[in-house]
Write a protein that binds this ligand. Sequence first.
Ligand SMILES: [Zn+2]
Ligand SMILES: [Zn+2]
Length: 304
Amino acid sequence: MKNTLSTKASSINRALDEIGDKWCLLIIQEVLWGINTFTEMLSATGASRGVLSDRLNWLQSVDCLRKNQTNPKRPTYHMTKKSIELYHNGLMAMNWERKYFSTPELDSVELIHNGCGKVFWPVMQCACCNQRVHCEDIVFIPGPGAGKDQRVTKTRRRSSSIQSDGLGRTLYRNLINLLGDRWTANLVALAFHGLKRFDDFHKELPVATNILSDRLKLLVNEGIFCQQPYKSSPLRYEYHLTDKGHDLFPYFVTLLSWGNKWCQTGKGEPMLVKHSPCGANLKAEVRCDQCGDNLIATQVEFNL
Ligand SMILES: [Zn+2]
Ligand SMILES: [Zn+2]
């Protein structure tokens, strides 16, 4: 079919297709922070009016935003039950950003857990064995919903990077700039499944080869992949995840759990995720590193 792409069914892809666009990620982040009106969002995201209203409509259509029109002149936008569960995803995004980037705003952020009253860092742990979740400890097994997904390719072009002006509160700008393009994010997800070579990536993600090369180059330039030659004539490279790339794993795990729950097609999970150290199906929790409690949005305060 024209404008569709058949790829292996994946909850990560489904999640990315719903909310993985750069502007959608930014809007969700702002609403989580309590930015609720169109005007506030314009200045907070730096989006044009057209783009902003397009994405607000889209997010409502996929039940990730709710519009309150009590005051018809000044409607406000709110998180839904579905989008509030992206909270862990936001925390993992922030962790990565704080590890690899340094800005005065980022460095001064303190997260306070009301549960224990302490300043904390969120950590992802297995709910069964309480160990930290690392990508080398994970085994992916086809699940009951394994198969193919038809995905719409009509894609917005990889738009220019979001700027820092007026975006003082954007705590994971670099991550959004990088992964707010779903093909780029797809490639990173495929790398977590062990893919390394251009042809293998292309088999799983049959987009135009120039798009694929462009995104691979970007990931190398951003230090997420490093190139290693595997053939000398002609010279061919494999793409390996760097430490910076590996550290995106928890972010993708939160997308996977969210997609499993909220982007189902009724056939069950496309993929089962086993945690090798304990053998359980991975249930990843994002916890306070001080007291070990699973974190919920209403119990965390930000000091900016
Ligand atoms: Zn475990
Ligand atoms: Zn705590």
